[in-house]
Design a protein around this ligand. Structure first.
Ligand SMILES: *Cc1c(COP(=O)(O)O)cnc(C)c1O
Length: 401
């Protein structure tokens, strides 16, 4: 399936991927659509984040945690054998090598430090597959906070291992029995719970979604991916700046963090969505979980349940900044199928000795397809963020292969 949105050659207008405009606006998207008590809580988070982000002490503490606990900086790995086969020069930014195995730890450590700065003793989080829940539980244990993780009852059944992991790390996992009993309902429930607990708890959102300041703040906490990669590319790539920068998009945090490092360069930005969770490629304007963005909806405006083999891409919408980047033409959004992602995962395993998360395999599947059909011209340099490792997906793959 080819997308039809045109490339714009131009570098983004000044300030693209900078601070959003007033009340968290990215173009016509974003905002803070929440009950009054949460609007106030979000205002406090925004103020605290603004101060912290301007404070070298906070930045230094976070950088140190990312280094000594999470394993940063992550390497930039040339995918030599695969590159040769594809006729492009592919480099992988290795978020799979972080502690807990995905980029989610970058954001969670940032928000946990912020919670402490705000005097909060507990983290509230929602989780679908359990990856963000495990990262939150990990940060809470490390920093001596409590963690309460909301998770749909169906997801609890499907992701038993991650539930056990969270409990082992000392987190409380709260089953959500409403609606489809999956991520969308867990998020609603976590927000409801926060209403009554804003005094002692910080709501730790897992992607660039939700009410302002979360889309902006989470992107800034993930910017470390793009900033590191920018320097590594300058040192190691023939072209200095890669011709293309590619990342998978669920809510869009690993992509936003990666893109942020290259927004002011001529690099072409590509976000790869799951065919069954293509908020940016096929969503319509709506409001969900405190934010105006693009969501999969039926004709009555009801949110459609997303479906992807990659649990982390199983979200029916996309962060507001991605919707804006799409409208600007600064980034383009493409989709790949479950089957293409599985094929890409296997190919990376056999050519580079890396088993990627199925989410990350979506980004690779587009690279493989685009190298084949000329969308990626021969000889292009490509930076792809490998958002996570595939250990969690081995049983899924075992059923299929
Ligand atoms: C959660 C997750 C994603 C999707 O989240 P984004 O916010 O879009 O980055 C992608 N890859 C992995 C490995 C994940 O765990």
């Amino acid at each position: 399936m080819r997308d039809v949105l045109p490339w714009r050659e131009a570098v983004a207008p000044d300030g693209t991927m900078g601070e959003p405009r007033a009340r968290g606006r990215f173009g016509g998207y974003g905002g803070r659509y929440a009950p009054e008590s949460l609007v106030e809580a979000c205002r406090e988070v925004e103020e605290a984040f603004r101060e912290a982000w301007a404070d070298p002490g906070f930045r230094g503490a976070l950088a140190r945690l990312l280094a000594v606990h999470a394993g940063r900086p992550t390497p930039l790995t040339p995918a030599r054998r695969l590159s040769e086969a594809l006729g492009v020069e592919l480099y992988l930014k290795r978020e799979d090598l972080t502690h807990t195995g995905s980029h989610k730890i970058n954001n969670v450590l940032g928000q946990a430090l912020l919670a402490i700065r705000m005097g909060r003793r507990r983290l509230i989080a929602e989780t679908g597959a359990g990856q963000h829940g495990v990262a939150t539980a990990t940060a809470a244990a490390l920093l001596g906070l409590e963690a309460t993780v909301f998770m749909g009852e169906r997801d609890i059944e499907r992701q038993a291992l991650n539930v056990f992991r969270m409990r082992m790390l000392g987190a409380e996992v709260v089953p959500v029995t409403t609606g489809s009993r999956t991520l969308k309902d867990a998020t609603s429930e976590a927000m409801r719970h926060w209403v009554g607990a804003t005094g002692d708890s910080h709501y730790c959102v897992g992607s660039v979604v939700g009410p302002d300041p979360y889309p902006w703040m989470v992107r800034e906490f993930q910017r470390v991916i793009g900033d590191e990669a920018r320097g590594q590319c300058a040192a190691e790539l023939r072209t200095g700046v890669p011709d293309h920068v590619v990342a998978c998009v669920g809510g869009g945090s690993n992509a936003a963090g990666t893109f942020a490092g290259f927004a002011d360069t001529p690099a072409r930005l590509v976000g790869v969505e799951a065919d069954g969770g293509a908020g940016a490629a096929r969503g319509r304007l709506g409001v969900l979980h405190g934010c105006r963005s693009l969501f999969l909806q039926d004709d009555d405006g009801q949110i459609i349940q997303a479906h992807s083999i990659a649990a982390g891409l199983d979200y029916p919408g996309v962060g507001p900044e991605h919707a804006h980047l799409r409208d600007l033409g600064r980034a383009r959004y493409v989709t790949v199928t479950d089957g293409e992602a599985v094929g890409a995962a296997l190919r990376l395993a056999r050519t580079e000795g890396i088993v990627p998360a199925l989410e990350s395999a979506h980004a690779l599947a587009w690279v493989i397809r685009a190298a084949g059909d000329g969308d990626l011209p021969a000889g292009s340099t490509v930076l792809m963020t490998l958002s996570g490792r595939g250990d969690k997906d081995v049983s899924t793959l075992k059923e299929l292969l």
